[in-house]
Design a protein around this ligand. Structure first.
Ligand code: PHE
Length: 450
């Protein structure tokens, strides 16, 4: 083999599925999915998102994971090695760098938002929400956004939590965290959906999410839905590639990707079913944007019986989801620094955590000190960073990975790495990665730019 292969492996296929589901299921499924569906006409967004997951997300995730299995290293080293092995241009490694930079920017705002969840875990578990009136709950949210010190503190605590897990390594850190948090996350979600089903707004919530109205679909909804499919499946930035590099030899890629996607989509739908009935029951607005989860829902928790417990559970759910994902945002960098530049794992973790924390200042300040700084398209830094990474950088990276897999890796190598049981599955996947993935991405990117 022409390059140093990583020795890290998941302990088992189940461990791998849980960890990758942990990467996929995150703030994207709960916070972002809810407010994007709320802002983009509910079901119209949900429908395109589901189509994008099936036609673009699934084949791409399989492709990215295959690159990891074949390259067995961080994204850049893997691409460099594969480019050499299959005699194509070494510049393909820059695709790995694009992914790494995307992940760093995602991590920078992700940790700030996860910090909000932590803030609300503290507020609701210490019973500080229940006595508040609706305007007071809203004031609490605005006070939080207006206080850079509080925001930075929670952002720092969350980053420390993430770094502490990644520093422990693949099996003792990443995998163990997922094994503990993912089952808890599903249990909490089911409790919350059952509660929502007992509220009067349930049928309106279901209608809002599932009553498909094709006339509501617009290009901007389509681009948001595609971007969201990338974001929520964690594809397009090399994160799945690195998780695939740690895949045990016997694990099957096709089956695991299907399981991960089904779990990921279910969490998004179930959290929609937990959130929107409350929004409608308490006559709140589904279109309140990124604040939906933090400004609007706590009003429901402050008014319902047992709100202290439901509120705490909800924010713990959000926190766990964010935690396992932020771990997956750090790991690709740590793999890179350790495998390629010879860093010690803990040092690499601290370094990346610190850089992302500093970058997070842009997000933090965009809510207060820099609120009027709108450098581009009249949008603040937080919006610019989230939209550029999600709607542009991830799809672009995804296009690159799909192209590399479909055009530079020989059929036989792909067949062996994917090890599908039936050849028709392979044909379907190959058609997807060659045609539906690039055409879908290009169509939507061009549409968005026009
Ligand atoms: N998938 C995560 C979520 O839904 C976010 C993420 C994006 C994680 C890109 C890794 C890479 O919240």
């Amino acid at each position: 083999m022409g390059h140093a292969q990583t020795q890290n492996r998941w302990s088992s296929q189940v461990g791998f599925i849980l960890a990758t589901t942990g990467a996929a299921v995150g703030l994207g499924n709960i916070w972002k999915f809810a407010y994007m569906a709320g802002n983009n006409g509910g079901s119209a967004f949900v429908l395109i998102y589901l189509i994008c997951v099936v036609c673009v997300g699934i084949p791409l995730m399989m492709g990215e994971m295959t690159l990891g299995r074949l390259g067995r290293s961080d994204a850049i080293t893997s691409l460099e090695y594969l480019a050499k092995q299959y005699r194509t241009h070494p510049a393909w490694r820059y695709l790995g760098w694009l992914g790494a930079i995307t992940l760093l920017f995602v991590l920078s705002f992700y940790s700030v938002v996860a910090g909000w969840s932590l803030f609300y875990v503290v507020k609701s578990s210490t019973n500080q929400l229940t006595q508040l009136s609706a305007p007071q709950v809203q004031m609490l949210w605005h006070q939080l956004l207006n206080s850079p010190v509080t925001l930075l503190t929670y952002h720092a605590i969350f980053m420390l939590m993430t770094v502490a897990v990644v520093a422990r390594g693949v099996q003792k850190g990443l995998e163990k965290a997922a094994r503990m948090m993912m089952p808890a996350l599903f249990a909490i979600l089911i409790i919350l959906v059952c509660y929502a089903a007992s509220t009067p707004g349930f049928s309106q919530g279901v209608h809002f999410l599932f009553h498909f109205d094709l006339s509501k679909i617009t290009p901007s909804i389509a681009i948001s839905a595609l971007g969201h499919a990338f974001f929520t499946l964690a594809v397009g930035a090399g994160c799945i590639l690195v998780y695939g590099a740690y895949l045990p030899d016997h694990a099957r890629i096709g089956r695991t990707v299907m399981v991960i996607t089904v779990l990921d989509v279910s969490v998004a739908i179930l959290s929609g079913l937990a959130i929107f009935p409350l929004v409608f029951t308490y006559h709140l607005s589904p279109t309140s944007g990124p604040g939906l989860m933090f400004e609007t829902l706590p009003i429901a928790f402050s008014q319902m019986g047992g709100g202290r417990w439901f509120g705490s559970l909800f924010f713990i759910l959000l926190l766990f989801a964010a935690w396992t994902s932020s771990i997956s945002l750090v790991e690709p960098w740590v793999a890179l620094l350790v495998e390629r530049f010879g860093f010690k794992r803990p040092t690499a973790c601290w370094l990346i955590g610190s850089v992302a924390w500093v970058l997070g200042l842009a997000t933090v300040l965009s809510f207060n000190q820099w609120a009027n700084f709108k450098p581009f398209l009249n949008r603040g830094l937080f919006d610019l960073i989230t939209d550029t990474t999600t709607n542009f950088m991830l799809p672009l990276g995804g296009l690159g990975f799909a192209w590399f897999v479909a055009h530079h890796i020989p059929h036989s190598a792909l067949k062996q790495a994917l090890s599908f049981k039936r050849s028709v599955y392979f044909k379907l996947w190959y058609f997807g990665i060659r045609y539906t993935v690039p055409i879908g991405i290009l169509f939507i990117l061009v549409e968005a730019l026009l």
